[in-house]
Design a protein around this ligand. Structure first.
Ligand code: S3P
Length: 174
Protein backbone atom coordinates (compact mmCIF):
# COMPACT_ATOMS: atom_id res chain seq x y z
CA UNK A 1 0.00 0.00 0.00
CA UNK A 2 1.33 3.45 -0.95
CA UNK A 3 1.81 5.50 2.20
CA UNK A 4 1.23 8.97 0.69
CA UNK A 5 -1.94 10.58 -0.57
CA UNK A 6 -1.41 13.19 -3.29
CA UNK A 7 -4.21 15.67 -3.82
CA UNK A 8 -4.36 17.10 -7.30
CA UNK A 9 -6.94 19.41 -8.86
CA UNK A 10 -7.71 22.94 -9.90
CA UNK A 11 -7.26 25.99 -7.67
CA UNK A 12 -10.10 26.32 -5.19
CA UNK A 13 -11.08 22.66 -5.13
CA UNK A 14 -10.04 22.38 -1.47
CA UNK A 15 -6.62 20.72 -1.61
CA UNK A 16 -5.21 22.75 1.29
CA UNK A 17 -8.20 22.66 3.63
CA UNK A 18 -9.14 19.05 2.90
CA UNK A 19 -5.50 17.93 2.90
CA UNK A 20 -4.81 19.49 6.30
CA UNK A 21 -7.78 17.68 7.84
CA UNK A 22 -7.04 14.44 6.06
CA UNK A 23 -3.47 14.42 7.35
CA UNK A 24 -4.67 15.09 10.90
CA UNK A 25 -7.27 12.33 10.77
CA UNK A 26 -4.85 9.78 9.36
CA UNK A 27 -1.82 10.77 11.46
CA UNK A 28 0.15 11.70 8.37
CA UNK A 29 2.28 14.79 7.79
CA UNK A 30 0.97 17.51 5.48
CA UNK A 31 3.06 19.08 2.77
CA UNK A 32 2.25 21.57 0.03
CA UNK A 33 4.33 21.95 -3.10
CA UNK A 34 3.67 25.71 -3.18
CA UNK A 35 4.94 26.05 0.39
CA UNK A 36 8.11 24.12 -0.47
CA UNK A 37 8.73 26.56 -3.34
CA UNK A 38 8.15 29.57 -1.10
CA UNK A 39 10.41 28.16 1.60
CA UNK A 40 13.22 27.36 -0.82
CA UNK A 41 13.12 30.65 -2.71
CA UNK A 42 12.11 32.87 0.21
CA UNK A 43 9.55 34.42 -2.15
CA UNK A 44 5.80 34.31 -2.63
CA UNK A 45 4.31 32.38 -5.57
CA UNK A 46 2.77 35.59 -6.97
CA UNK A 47 6.15 37.28 -6.91
CA UNK A 48 7.83 34.36 -8.71
CA UNK A 49 5.17 34.50 -11.45
CA UNK A 50 5.48 38.27 -11.75
CA UNK A 51 9.24 38.51 -11.80
CA UNK A 52 10.37 35.25 -13.42
CA UNK A 53 7.28 33.99 -15.23
CA UNK A 54 5.35 30.74 -15.32
CA UNK A 55 8.11 28.68 -16.97
CA UNK A 56 10.50 29.35 -14.07
CA UNK A 57 7.72 28.61 -11.62
CA UNK A 58 7.11 25.21 -13.29
CA UNK A 59 10.83 24.37 -12.95
CA UNK A 60 10.69 25.13 -9.25
CA UNK A 61 7.50 23.10 -9.00
CA UNK A 62 9.22 20.04 -10.51
CA UNK A 63 11.88 20.23 -7.76
CA UNK A 64 9.21 20.72 -5.08
CA UNK A 65 7.12 17.76 -6.28
CA UNK A 66 10.26 15.61 -6.30
CA UNK A 67 10.95 16.51 -2.67
CA UNK A 68 7.33 15.93 -1.62
CA UNK A 69 6.94 12.68 -3.55
CA UNK A 70 9.95 11.16 -1.77
CA UNK A 71 8.29 11.57 1.63
CA UNK A 72 6.67 8.68 3.49
CA UNK A 73 3.29 8.75 5.19
CA UNK A 74 2.38 12.22 3.96
CA UNK A 75 -0.60 14.01 2.45
CA UNK A 76 0.73 16.08 -0.43
CA UNK A 77 -1.23 19.05 -1.72
CA UNK A 78 -0.04 19.72 -5.26
CA UNK A 79 -0.30 23.08 -6.99
CA UNK A 80 -3.17 23.05 -9.49
CA UNK A 81 -0.86 22.99 -12.50
CA UNK A 82 1.57 20.33 -11.24
CA UNK A 83 -0.07 17.74 -13.52
CA UNK A 84 1.07 19.75 -16.56
CA UNK A 85 4.47 18.11 -16.31
CA UNK A 86 4.36 14.36 -16.76
CA UNK A 87 7.47 13.85 -14.63
CA UNK A 88 5.54 15.15 -11.62
CA UNK A 89 2.77 12.59 -12.09
CA UNK A 90 5.31 9.79 -12.52
CA UNK A 91 7.13 10.75 -9.33
CA UNK A 92 3.94 11.08 -7.33
CA UNK A 93 2.67 7.68 -8.49
CA UNK A 94 5.63 5.84 -6.96
CA UNK A 95 4.56 6.42 -3.36
CA UNK A 96 1.14 8.04 -3.51
CA UNK A 97 -2.48 7.26 -4.14
CA UNK A 98 -3.59 10.13 -6.35
CA UNK A 99 -6.88 11.79 -5.47
CA UNK A 100 -8.40 14.42 -7.75
CA UNK A 101 -10.49 17.09 -6.06
CA UNK A 102 -12.94 18.65 -8.50
CA UNK A 103 -15.45 21.50 -8.22
CA UNK A 104 -17.77 23.48 -10.46
CA UNK A 105 -16.42 26.69 -12.05
CA UNK A 106 -18.86 28.71 -9.92
CA UNK A 107 -17.59 27.08 -6.71
CA UNK A 108 -14.00 27.70 -7.78
CA UNK A 109 -14.82 31.36 -8.46
CA UNK A 110 -16.39 31.72 -5.05
CA UNK A 111 -13.48 30.07 -3.26
CA UNK A 112 -10.72 31.90 -5.12
CA UNK A 113 -12.64 35.15 -5.46
CA UNK A 114 -11.31 37.24 -2.64
CA UNK A 115 -7.66 36.30 -2.34
CA UNK A 116 -5.33 37.91 -4.86
CA UNK A 117 -2.82 35.08 -4.70
CA UNK A 118 -3.73 33.20 -7.91
CA UNK A 119 -1.65 34.82 -10.68
CA UNK A 120 -3.30 32.72 -13.40
CA UNK A 121 -6.75 34.05 -12.51
CA UNK A 122 -5.90 37.74 -12.44
CA UNK A 123 -7.82 40.25 -14.50
CA UNK A 124 -11.41 40.57 -15.66
CA UNK A 125 -13.77 37.71 -16.50
CA UNK A 126 -12.38 35.39 -13.88
CA UNK A 127 -15.16 32.85 -14.45
CA UNK A 128 -14.30 32.72 -18.16
CA UNK A 129 -10.64 32.13 -17.31
CA UNK A 130 -11.52 29.37 -14.87
CA UNK A 131 -13.70 27.61 -17.46
CA UNK A 132 -11.06 27.91 -20.16
CA UNK A 133 -8.23 26.61 -17.95
CA UNK A 134 -10.38 23.79 -16.60
CA UNK A 135 -11.22 22.70 -20.14
CA UNK A 136 -7.58 22.79 -21.24
CA UNK A 137 -6.51 20.68 -18.24
CA UNK A 138 -9.37 18.18 -18.29
CA UNK A 139 -7.30 15.30 -19.65
CA UNK A 140 -4.36 16.08 -17.40
CA UNK A 141 -6.48 15.68 -14.28
CA UNK A 142 -7.77 12.29 -15.41
CA UNK A 143 -4.55 10.63 -14.19
CA UNK A 144 -6.03 10.26 -10.70
CA UNK A 145 -6.86 6.97 -8.96
CA UNK A 146 -9.88 8.54 -7.23
CA UNK A 147 -12.04 11.61 -7.80
CA UNK A 148 -14.17 13.65 -5.41
CA UNK A 149 -16.33 16.63 -6.34
CA UNK A 150 -16.15 19.00 -3.37
CA UNK A 151 -18.75 21.52 -4.63
CA UNK A 152 -21.08 22.40 -1.77
CA UNK A 153 -19.18 20.09 0.57
CA UNK A 154 -17.37 21.00 3.77
CA UNK A 155 -13.67 20.18 4.04
CA UNK A 156 -14.51 17.89 6.96
CA UNK A 157 -17.00 15.89 4.88
CA UNK A 158 -14.59 15.72 1.93
CA UNK A 159 -11.80 14.37 4.15
CA UNK A 160 -14.16 11.72 5.56
CA UNK A 161 -15.25 10.70 2.07
CA UNK A 162 -11.66 10.30 0.91
CA UNK A 163 -10.90 8.06 3.87
CA UNK A 164 -13.91 5.87 2.99
CA UNK A 165 -12.88 5.72 -0.68
CA UNK A 166 -9.34 4.65 0.17
CA UNK A 167 -10.50 2.09 2.75
CA UNK A 168 -13.02 0.60 0.33
CA UNK A 169 -10.39 0.04 -2.28
CA UNK A 170 -7.98 -1.39 0.33
CA UNK A 171 -10.64 -3.89 1.37
CA UNK A 172 -11.28 -4.82 -2.25
CA UNK A 173 -7.57 -5.57 -2.69
CA UNK A 174 -7.63 -8.10 0.20
C1 S3P B 1 -1.55 27.08 -10.07
C2 S3P B 1 -2.12 26.78 -8.85
C3 S3P B 1 -1.66 27.35 -7.58
C4 S3P B 1 -0.18 27.75 -7.68
C5 S3P B 1 0.05 28.62 -8.85
C6 S3P B 1 -0.36 27.97 -10.18
C7 S3P B 1 -2.10 26.49 -11.30
O1 S3P B 1 -1.82 26.41 -6.53
O2 S3P B 1 0.63 26.60 -7.76
O3 S3P B 1 -0.66 29.82 -8.67
O4 S3P B 1 -1.41 26.48 -12.34
O5 S3P B 1 -3.24 25.95 -11.27
P1 S3P B 1 -3.27 26.04 -5.88
O6 S3P B 1 -3.90 25.04 -6.80
O7 S3P B 1 -2.91 25.45 -4.56
O8 S3P B 1 -4.04 27.30 -5.77
Amino acid sequence: MKSNIALIGFMGTGKTSVGTLLAKKLGKSFVETDSIIERKTGRKITEIFRRDGEIRFRELEIEAVKEAAEKKNAVISCGGGAVMNQINVQRLRENSSIVLLAASPETILERTGKSGDRPLLEGKDKLGKIKQLLESRKNLYSVSDYTLDTSGMSAEKAAEKIIVMLNDSKNREK
